[in-house]
Design a protein around this ligand. Structure first.
Ligand SMILES: C[S@@+](CC[C@H](N)C(=O)[O-])C[C@H]1O[C@@H](n2cnc3c(N)ncnc32)[C@H](O)[C@@H]1O
Length: 439
């Protein structure tokens, strides 16, 4: 990759005879002047050059070396125009490599490398093919401003990418606009292949969560053959596509109000060859005109998809009902005095026919508690309590929307990822069926 100035910055080195190398090295190390990023080099005349930090070696150190550390040594300063990275530098992690290259480049620009700058370097990032996506909490110091835009070329070169973008906060505008700025490169389109599915999207306009991969895989393995699905928060197709490509869904109605996500979704349906089995509903899903159509509804919005619950109830088939996959961020605090599941006030029974609790069976062999609810091995009490409260509210909503009693059942609670300290992103699978008319 080309960068301004062409070659990497030169390094200053102190030159002496080989027999004094060890004494020089010890002194420079003690003075914290030895540049460990580069190798000590043998010069054509048989002398050795020890790379040092900074733009020059102050006169006082030259005197010390010459007069006290190694009396009789020749002590001169030179510049290594093509310094060789040390073994340590070659075998270092990408974050260490970034630090080495950026610090060297910064010093080459006459800016003093400092602990503040070092602490402001990124420790992690997302790599989308040849695009590096930095998080918002790096490169915040004022000094970087004077080093742009070439700085981004150095970062790209250090990490072997061609484009660099930086994240701001995901804006709380509902469209989950990622507030990403492109720092190097001319477009933000990237491609990912997950579980055999291709996803293209513009990182500056659509969000992508690597943390949702477990849920994408789970969705792909659900038995949806022949089913009609509504994906209320389709985004670029994170769940719509696995439902269509792997789970065998007959048709998906994909709702999305971000035009950039819709453009990516359209492209992704095409490149994965499933466009004929999906209809995109562009706009606010709360105004969706569909009803009585779905065997399954996906509600993939966090922190909460609650605003979509009424429409989810509306689209479920009147005659047979279906399954809701409800995403939610749930808070839990370690050490808090938990109520055991079953004693919560929120825990109410919505299964109107007790005998069905006994006779109902799990389709995939999971265990159920005494009341027929499926237990997830890793369920935290807070998740269970939230799921039960969601079940209560949805049972009420279903009855209001359809005008008849419905039975609901918690099938499964799936942890997706830790969203923040003490906050987990989970998915509740809720089975919702209309009660058979009696008499
Ligand atoms: C979390 S994102 C992507 C969803 C994807 N299911 C995932 O978890 O990776 C949620 C998406 O829902 C869309 N969205 C949010 N509220 C919406 C609404 N009321 N109507 C339609 N789309 C909405 C956003 O634009 C965004 O693309």
């Amino acid at each position: 990759m080309e960068r301004e100035g062409g070659k990497p910055a030169a390094v200053v080195a102190v030159v002496t005879e080989p027999r004094f190398t060890q004494r020089y090295r010890e002194y420079l190390e003690k003075q914290k002047l030895l540049d460990r990023r580069h190798r000590v080099e043998k010069m054509p005349d048989g002398t050795v050059a020890l790379p040092v930090l900074g733009e020059t070696l102050p006169e006082q150190h030259l005197h010390e070396l010459r007069d006290r550390v190694a009396p009789g040594s020749t002590c001169t300063v030179t510049q290594l125009l093509d310094p060789v990275p040390s073994k340590k530098a070659q075998g270092c992690s990408p974050a260490q490599r970034l630090c080495l290259e950026v610090s060297r480049w910064v010093e080459g620009r006459g800016v003093m490398w400092s602990a503040e700058l070092e602490a402001d370097l990124p420790r992690s990032w997302q790599r989308h093919g040849d695009l590096l996506l930095l998080s918002e909490d790096c490169f915040q110091a004022k000094q970087w401003k004077h080093l742009e835009p070439e700085l981004w070329e150095t970062v790209a070169s250090a990490l072997g990418v061609r484009r660099v973008a930086k994240r701001g906060r995901v804006s709380p505008d509902g469209a989950r606009t990622p507030a990403v700025t492109l720092l190097l490169g001319d477009h933000g389109w990237v491609e990912h292949v997950d579980n055999g599915i291709r996803y293209k999207f513009d990182v500056t306009r659509c969000m992508f969560s690597f943390g949702n991969i477990t849920e994408k895989l789970r969705v792909a393995s659900l038995p949806c053959a022949g089913e009609v699905l509504v994906d209320l928060y389709a985004g670029i197709g994170y769940f719509t596509l696995p439902f269509l490509v792997h789970a065998g869904a007959a048709f998906v109605h994909a709702c999305e109000w971000n035009p950039h996500a819709v453009a990516a979704l359209r492209k992704n349906l095409d490149i994965n060859g499933v466009a004929d089995r999906c209809k995109i509903h562009f706009g606010d899903n709360r105004k969706l005109k569909l009803s009585n159509i779905a065997d399954r509804v996906n509600l993939g919005l966090i922190p909460s998809s609650e605003e979509g619950w009424p429409i989810a109830c509306q689209v479920l088939r009147h005659d047979a009902g279906g399954i809701l996959h409800i995403h939610q961020n749930v808070e839990s605090y370690p050490g808090k005095n938990h109520q055991p599941p079953g004693s919560s006030e929120m825990e109410k029974e919505h299964w109107p026919y007790p005998q069905q609790m006994i006779t109902s069976h799990c389709t995939n062999g999971a265990t159920r508690d005494s009341r027929g609810k499926r237990q997830s091995a890793a369920t935290k009490p807070e998740w269970q309590r939230w799921a039960e409260s969601a079940e209560t509210r949805l049972a009420t909503l279903l009855q209001q929307v359809h005008g008849t009693p419905w039975k609901t059942q918690i099938l499964h609670i799936q942890p997706v990822k830790s969203y923040a300290p003490h906050v987990d992103h989970i998915v509740l699978d809720l089975e919702c069926r209309p009660c058979p008319l009696v008499g």
